[in-house]
Design a protein around this ligand. Structure first.
Ligand SMILES: Nc1ncnc2c1ncn2[C@@H]1O[C@H](COP(=O)(O)OP(=O)(O)OP(=O)(O)O)[C@@H](O)[C@H]1O
Ligand SMILES: [Mg+2]
Length: 631
């Protein structure tokens, strides 16, 4: 029932928003809310801005794109600042075709779709409202009704510049239906909708040789010529091309450069004067954003053809590269999986991360900077701290290869490999190793990767694998160590007792037998060695700790497990080193004894409750770490 109620209230809302009146009444609205008369470009820009703009590290983040597009802040900022913003100010760029150029599956279509869906919603708000001459197949701007010679006066009174001429069809309707009385022409509010072909169009080329321009600009309706007597009667023309339908909103031009060049020439006047030619009519003004997309190689061959020069200069190219940040790449995969039929599958922690590490590595270019390698670069790009470098270096690194991100592995490939990994497993649960294995196998079948790249990519898979090994070991260590919190404390107390005796040249007393003993040098060294303290440095390290303890005591504070960063690290490492055998034996034993079994269950429960594993992936993790430790 809930859904039906929603349908109903949506319909009621729609009825509430409907408006229809004469041109005279419309002018009242324009006076009160001049934004209803804004151009299509300005509406798109305001829509983007109205979703919110945040600043991060001096970079503008447009939240409009934030929910679906990850890691492309720079490209988006450029798109908005260099295209939408000036276009909204009626600068000439608005007449150019916006061409998004980028590698396959890099988010171009997603950006365009967001703009379309966004406009549909925005036209239902007060700020984004659009009005049109009623019954016009092109939803023509009512202000076109103001005759040319009065437009200067109109500007003085309303502060609005009118561009474009009244279309042939509406010129005729004005005469025939309204007897030339502009003020009586009916105007209505329209709601942009791709499904209803209102203000949003999509053009996708068919066979380039037989492509008909009518798909863009409409065509004569021969069945009505007899009725109207002539081909040049606008009533005998169907204004139902994508350019017609997209008027007041936007048109997506898919795979534009796959079109025949002669076909594209039709676009010249559109991109020059903002109008296009249809049938035997005067030029028709178009107020719409035209977005096309293409990949780099198509674009290169397009500009290398001299004949395309004229059109080329009327295109604004915006690069849309791949994301280069590992954590954002993970989000892309999460999103794609949630939108797919794999949403129910358990994806073990770090499985998407290793895939993201691999993909980002394939997209990065090796820097010449001293001491920099690909892995460090990857970390820096992702905002991590890397010893010896800072975020200023990131700017420099980016300048080194301005076109970085135009090549490499694409997100769709990764998702395909993940889904084939899922199919292969009997249980709906996959882990990092399944993903890496599947990525690797896929490389052999990938048709468009050169042998040279393949070798490089195989190497990146090993790099991602090594990263994972470290992550996995740490994770298991943590899961074991936590249950050893008590042992960590007692190990430390033991160490401190020995250190105290050593520094004060005392003896220790065995708690059981009461016997006097020398400080346990072997124990102390086994801990200190974990953090690289040499034989020569041991005395000063131990003394420093004693000083620390007495400083604590003076302030009435207790020196404990967390009071000394390096000591804690040494204790943890020592514990894990000792644990190594426990983990090794526990995890690799085919017939674990009772206490081992108990430990395993404890660790698994913790992995599930606290680290996001399920029982399958937790068991797999333990087994894997066991095998790593046994190497
Ligand atoms: N930076 C990104 N942020 C979020 N999602 C992304 C990003 N890049 C790619 N994707 C996802 O990858 C998939 C493919 O993207 P999309 O279809 O938009 O790419 P495209 O550039 O149009 O590719 P093609 O050239 O193959 O048409 C989509 O599911 C999209 O959401
Ligand atoms: Mg696409």
């Amino acid at each position: 029932m809930d859904i039906l109620n929603k349908v109903k209230s949506y319909r009621e809302e729609e009825n509430r928003m409907k408006w229809e009146g004469t041109f005279a009444e419309y002018l009242e609205i324009v006076k009160e809310r001049p934004e209803v008369a804004q151009t299509a470009h300005s509406r798109v820009y305001n829509m983007i801005k109205s979703a919110g703009v945040k600043e991060r590290d001096g970079r503008k983040m447009y939240e409009f794109f934030g929910e679906e597009i990850f890691g492309l802040e720079e490209a988006i900022e450029r798109l908005v600042e260099e295209y939408f913003h000036p276009a909204a100010k009626r600068l000439d760029v608005r007449k150019r075709i916006l061409l998004l150029m980028g590698p396959v599956s890099g988010g171009k279509s997603t950006i365009v779709t967001m703009l379309k869906r966004g406009l549909e919603k925005y036209s239902r708000t007060d700020e984004g409202a659009v009005y049109a001459i009623k019954g016009c197949p092109m939803h023509e701007d009512p202000l076109h009704l103001i005759p040319q010679h009065l437009r200067e006066d109109f500007f003085h009174e309303y502060g609005i510049r009118i561009e474009g001429n009244l279309s042939p069809l509406n010129t005729m309707r004005l005469e025939k239906d309204y007897g030339g009385r502009v003020e009586d022409v009916m105007v209505e509010r329209i709601f942009l909708s791709e499904d209803k072909r209102v203000g949003i169009g999509t053009f996708s080329p068919s066979d380039p040789k037989s492509q008909d321009i009518a798909d863009l600009t409409g065509s004569i309706d021969f069945s009505t010529i007899a009725e109207y007597g002539s081909e040049s009667d606008p009533r005998a023309y169907r204004f139902d091309g994508e350019l017609n339908k997209a008027n007041r909103g936007m048109m997506e031009f898919q795979e534009m450069l796959k079109c025949d060049e002669k076909f594209l020439w039709h676009l010249l006047s559109l991109t020059q004067e903002g109008n296009f030619k249809a049938g035997r009519f005067a030029l028709i003004s178009a107020d719409e954003l035209i977005v096309a997309h293409t990949n780099e190689s198509e674009y290169r061959s397009f500009i290398s053809n001299k004949k395309n020069e004229a059109l080329h200069s009327r295109i604004i190219v915006m690069p849309i590269p791949y994301n280069l940040r590992v954590s954002e790449e993970e989000r892309i995969y999460e999103k794609m999986i949630n939108q797919s039929d794999m949403a129910h599958v358990h994806i073990a922690p770090h499985a998407l991360r290793v895939a993201a590490i691999f993909s980002v590595l394939t997209r990065l270019k090796e820097s010449k900077k001293q001491g920099m390698d690909l892995l460090k670069k990857m970390r820096l790009y992702d905002g991590e701290n890397v010893e010896g470098f800072n975020q200023l270096d990131v700017e420099e690194l980016k300048k080194e290869f301005p076109t970085e991100g135009m090549e490499g592995i694409d997100p769709r490939y990764v998702i395909n490999r993940i889904s084939s990994a899922i199919i292969r497993k009997e249980v709906p649960s996959i882990n990092a190793l399944d993903v890496l294995r599947s990525l690797k196998e896929g490389l052999d079948q990938h048709p468009s990767i050169s042998d040279e790249d393949k070798e490089k990519y195989m190497n990146y898979i090993s790099v991602a694998r090594r990263e994972y090994d470290e992550i996995a070991k740490k994770e298991v260590q943590k899961a074991f160590v936590y249950s050893y919190e008590e042992s960590a404390k007692s190990l430390m107390n033991n160490y401190l007792d020995n250190v105290e005796a050593y520094c004060n040249k005392n003896k220790l007393r065995d708690p059981l037998t009461g016997e006097e003993m020398n400080p346990d040098e072997k124990l102390m060294r086994s801990i200190e060695e974990q953090i690289g303290i040499s034989e020569n440095a041991k005395r000063s390290f131990r003394e420093e700790i004693l000083i620390r303890i007495s400083a604590f005591a003076r302030k009435g504070k207790r020196f404990d497990y967390n009071s000394h960063e390096r000591l804690r690290e040494a204790i943890q490492k020592k514990l894990f080193a000792d644990l190594k055998d426990v983990v090794k034996i526990t995890t690799s034993s085919k017939t674990p004894d009772e206490s081992q079994l108990k430990k395993i269950n404890e660790v698994i429960a913790r992995l599930i409750d606290e680290y996001g594993y399920n029982s399958v992936s937790a068991n797999e993790l333990l087994r894997y770490v066991g095998s790593l430790l046994n190497r």
